[in-house]
Design a protein around this ligand. Structure first.
Ligand SMILES: [Zn+2]
Length: 328
């Protein structure tokens, strides 16, 4: 697999504006706070523009894939073709209106620095090995070996864990890097997020495993789970856990990353009661917190994950069944 890192001004501007509209549950309000502190409070005109453009972003842009997947000079021609004239104008006007504000916050220099650190790190043998394990675990046989573009976006909040998303199809992901941090821990956390999002892409293409998950959910008559901040179908939650068991929380991070090792975080030991409590809530069909639930399952399934990695196995029906037992 080849990983390319990309910084696109158009994609960064889309990220800035769409995040300000808070159109999606995963929008980062903490970023908006920092951006507005730096560039001043929103005017009435800007608030109105965000309100109108939110509808276009939510219903027409499919996670803004046009801004990420087309070359920058062709983005607006493509949008003109895809959108009706009124929506196109709404979007274009919002982009013009937020131009000066965006210039104040976008920090290209810091992203460039992160890009070269990531490029250097990803070439090292240990990370190459980690990504090979990810490919073996999650991909169906025919989908092996591919190129992945990682679009770099800024996380402007200091000391915040890097984040990512895999909503752009099978060749690209986004990575939000903490632009005010450059320590090894953050670099390793960013690599773990890349591995996590890449796993999503592989799993999404792996029809065999997806079918096994669906069947298993049906057989167990699992309904959609009640989770704090994660009102998502049970199928998606199961997939999330299947990946987290390996990376970023579980075994692969522990095995390959030196400083970043979520399982040895003191916060987990300090919160053992909470971790068990959330799992009980979940079992009793009460509202449960995904963060602690994930910690519990990753701990419980650590030996299974280790076994699969050390034996060079790919995900199979046995693995899916062992994980799904916890959801009954
Ligand atoms: Zn995920």
């Amino acid at each position: 697999m080849r990983i390319n890192f990309k910084i696109s001004k158009a994609a960064n501007k889309y990220f800035f504006i769409s995040n300000l509209t808070e159109w999606h549950f995963s929008s980062r309000s903490s970023y908006n706070k920092v951006w507005l502190e730096k560039s001043g409070p929103l005017s009435f005109k800007e608030k109105e523009a965000l309100r109108t453009v939110k509808r276009v972003i939510k219903s027409k842009l499919h996670y803004g894939r046009q801004f990420f997947l087309y070359p920058q000079r062709r983005v607006w021609t493509a949008l003109k073709r895809e959108l009706n004239p009124a929506d196109y104008l709404t979007l274009k006007n919002a982009f013009n209106l937020f131009d000066r504000r965006f210039e104040k916050v976008w920090l290209r220099g810091k992203l460039v620095k992160w890009k070269s650190s990531l490029e250097k790190a990803i070439r090292s043998a240990i990370y190459q090995k980690c990504f090979k394990e990810v490919e073996r675990l999650f991909s169906s046989r025919k989908a092996r070996s591919r190129n992945l573009t990682v679009h770099l976006l800024p996380c402007p909040v200091k000391d915040k864990h890097p984040a990512g998303s895999a909503n752009l199809g099978s060749t690209a992901i986004t990575l939000e890097v903490p632009v005010y941090n450059s320590e090894q821990w953050f670099l390793e956390a960013a690599l773990a997020i890349i591995a996590h999002e890449f796993s999503h892409i592989l799993l999404d293409d792996n029809l065999k495993i997806k079918r096994l998950i669906e069947k298993s959910i049906k057989r167990r008559k699992l309904r959609d789970f009640k989770l704090i901040n994660r009102k998502r179908p049970s199928k998606e939650i199961v997939q999330e856990i299947l990946i987290d068991i390996f990376v970023p929380t579980g075994y692969l991070s522990h095995k390959f990353l030196k400083e970043y090792s979520p399982l040895s975080r003191t916060s987990y030991f300090a919160n053992l009661d909470r971790i068990f409590g959330e799992f009980l809530n979940f079992k009793q069909k009460k509202l449960a917190n995904f963060y602690w639930l994930e910690a519990y399952l990753t701990w419980q399934l650590y030996p299974l994950a280790a076994y699969y990695v050390e034996r060079g196995k790919s995900l199979d029906s046995r693995f899916v069944e062992e994980v799904l037992r916890y959801f009954e």
